[in-house]
Design a protein around this ligand. Structure first.
Ligand SMILES: [Fe+2]
Ligand SMILES: [Fe+2]
Length: 188
C-alpha cells in the first residue's frame, strides 16, 4: 500500500462516524479473509479430481483462512463493530475467482495464490506500519495471521514454473482485482 493510500485510508476512516483507522482496517481485513476463504473453498471444489498434494495444500490454506477470518471477527466483536459492507462482495467474488482458476488447473491456482497473497502481504506491512503507534490490538491481530500469508505466497511461488502464461496474464489481473476490492472496502 502506498503512503498516499494510507493517507486516503486515514481520511476515510476519520469521516466515518466514531470509527478509527484500526476499526476500518479490521473490517476490510475481515472481509478480505472471507474472500480468501471462498477462493480456496472454490478451488478445492473445482480440483476434486486433481492430485492429492494440491488438494492437501488447498485444504490447509482454507483452514488457515478460516482462522484468519475468525481472528478479525473476534477483534471486530471486541470493538463492537459490524462487518464491512464489502464482506459479501469479497465472498462472492472470491468464490467466482476460485472456481474459474480451480477449473483451469494448477498453474492458474498457483498464479492466483501468489497474486492475492503478495497484495495482502503488502497491505499488511503498510497497515502494521501505520497502526504501530495507535492501535496495538489491531497490530497483534495482523501479526497473528502474517506468517500463514507468507507461507501461502511462498508455496504458490514454488508452483509457478509450469504456468508462465498464467503468471503474465492472470497474475496481474488478480492483483488488480485484489487491490480494487481493498480500495472498495476502505470506502464503503
Ligand atoms: Fe488470510
Ligand atoms: Fe492467505
Amino acid at each position: 500500500m502506498a503512503a498516499s493510500e494510507v493517507r486516503n485510508m486515514d481520511i476515510v476512516a476519520r469521516l466515518a462516524a466514531g470509527e478509527t483507522l484500526g476499526d476500518r482496517i479490521m473490517k476490510v481485513n475481515h472481509a478480505g479473509e472471507n474472500g480468501a476463504v471462498n477462493i480456496y473453498r472454490a478451488q478445492l471444489l473445482a480440483s476434486c479430481w486433481r492430485k492429492a498434494d494440491l488438494k492437501s495444500d488447498l485444504r490447509q490454506f482454507l483452514e488457515h483462512e478460516k482462522r484468519h477470518r475468525a481472528v478479525f471477527a473476534a477483534e471486530l466483536s471486541r470493538r463492537g463493530r459490524r462487518r464491512c459492507r464489502s464482506y459479501w462482495v469479497c465472498g462472492v467474488g472470491g468464490f467466482a475467482l476460485g472456481l474459474v482458476t480451480g477449473l483451469c488447473g494448477r498453474p492458474a491456482i498457483a498464479a492466483t495464490t501468489v497474486a492475492v497473497e503478495a497484495v495482502v502481504l503488502q497491505h499488511l506491512d503498510a497497515q502494521m506500519a501505520v497502526l504501530s503507534s495507535m492501535d496495538p490490538a489491531a497490530v497483534s491481530a495482523i501479526r497473528a495471521i502474517y506468517d500463514d500469508e507468507l507461507a501461502h505466497r511462498y508455496k504458490g511461488a514454488l508452483d509457478s514454473s509450469a504456468g508462465i502464461f498464467c503468471f503474465r496474464v492472470l497474475r496481474p489481473l488478480v492483483s488488480w482485482a485484489t487491490e480494487a476490492v481493498i480500495w472498495l472496502g476502505m470506502r464503503l
